[in-house]
Design a protein around this ligand. Structure first.
Ligand SMILES: C[S@@+](CC[C@H](N)C(=O)[O-])C[C@H]1O[C@@H](n2cnc3c(N)ncnc32)[C@H](O)[C@@H]1O
Length: 378
């Protein structure tokens, strides 16, 4: 894949872009094998490859430059690098970024300048449904000072860009490297972007997590469903369920009674909507802290699915899992290091049965890893 910003040394986000993709995958698999060697995995499957470009369906752009010449991309050593032609995004993103820049000019949105603590527009966040090709756009602002201007000019943007389905403003007043704040102001009638993976409807909302590589996420959920098919039992928990990707795939044919737990209420509303659309019975989604839920539970599921943020499960939740003793544990991780720390605790009672790498983040050192663990015989 050719990238001008990489070739000319301005962007280093894809650290391994110069290596042929098969070699990148081989290196990642080798690192994973070494990292998980102490846990003696019974089966280490071949990695699931990604498309080499056009796979990233979610963009987080720092806005810099000026309101007349905005730059969407990254800031390295205080230099603005425009990434609106980044080949990681599908081809439909470049024209969308061009429209967003015109909109910034029209609405007079001054980019936030970190050094001077001046300006309003911090980030632009853009997601696209690969099912409908429609977009969700979010402006992260320092305050609501520009809100009226955004509202005034939004009909122009919608007219130019009929695929824009959801638009909102996030208010992030704090001067620190936090991407978004708690307050979200919805500007369109639609508040969800419908995605569909393996015939499962998923509803993306402004403040809910969704995977960055939709095609690899589809393969990940399909594999999780496959692995779960051979597992006996009825009770399934999906902790850190987000908008329900894992749980909904597994519960699709009503084999499992599913409890999905997630901290973000909007994500829980999305997951509940999908379950209703699929007419699933025996499914509950609740907005709760996963560790508190597990600690307060006395009855273990037969299969526990976990997909925590980068920090992993941590000691408290691992202790709850060891106390509950579910027969099977499926752990999907976006951070092999925290996965290994958690496995160091869990492996006292669990055998690592299967491992597979899903290359959600090509050209980087990051990897998504799906693992299946079975409780050792008592
Ligand atoms: C890596 S994402 C996985 C989401 C989902 N499983 C998916 O496939 O899209 C981690 C999720 O954990 C949620 N989360 C973070 N802290 C949490 C907590 N303490 N309890 C429950 N959920 C939490 C986040 O909101 C996010 O949706």
């Amino acid at each position: 894949m050719f990238c001008r910003e990489f070739a000319e040394g301005r962007c280093h986000s894809c650290a391994h872009l110069a290596e042929p993709y098969p070699a990148q995958l081989e290196t990642k698999q080798h690192s994973l094998q070494q990292l998980l060697e102490p846990f003696h995995p019974e089966v280490l499957l071949f990695p699931v490859a990604s498309e080499e470009q056009g796979f990233r369906t979610k963009a987080k752009m720092v806005v810099s430059g000026s309101k007349d010449q905005p730059v969407l991309g990254i800031l390295t050593d205080r230099t603005a690098v425009d990434l609106s032609a980044c080949p990681l995004y599908p081809p439909s993103f470049a024209p969308a970024f061009a429209l967003i820049k015109s909109f910034i000019q029209r609405a007079g949105l001054t980019p936030y300048q970190v050094e001077q603590k001046q300006g309003e527009l911090k980030f632009v966040l853009l997601s696209q449904s690969q099912h409908s090709a429609r977009f969700m756009l979010r402006f992260v602002l320092r305050s609501k000072n520009c809100l009226a201007s955004i509202q005034k000019h939004l009909p122009w943007l919608q007219q130019q860009w009929p695929e824009l389905e959801v638009c909102s403003v996030n208010v992030q007043p704090v001067h620190m490297a936090v991407l978004e704040g708690p307050e979200e102001v919805l500007l369109t009638l639609q508040d969800v972007l419908r995605e569909e993976l393996n015939d499962i409807p998923l509803y993306l909302t402004p403040q809910s997590f969704f995977q960055t590589n939709t095609a690899v996420a589809a393969a990940l959920y399909a594999t999780a469903k496959d692995w779960a098919e051979a597992i006996p039992g009825k009770r399934l928990w999906d902790l850190f369920c987000g908008i329900g990707g894992f749980g909904l795939h597994l519960a699709r044919d009503n084999k499992w009674d599913l409890t999905g737990i997630e901290i973000a209420p909007k994500a829980i509303a999305s997951a509940t909507r999908s379950a209703a659309e699929l007419a699933l019975t025996g499914v509950t989604f609740q907005a709760l802290d996963a560790a508190a839920f597990a600690k307060a539970s006395t009855c273990a599921p037969d299969l526990l699915v976990v997909n925590p943020p980068r920090r992993g499960l941590g000691a408290a939740l691992c202790q709850s899992v060891l106390a509950l003793q579910p027969a099977w544990l499926m752990y999907s991780s976006c951070n092999p290091q925290s996965l290994a720390s958690d496995l160091a605790m869990l492996s006292q009672d669990y055998q690592l049965s299967k491992v597979q790498l899903f290359d959600m983040f090509p050209h980087t050192d990051h990897a998504e890893v799906l693992t299946l663990l079975q409780r050792r015989p008592l």
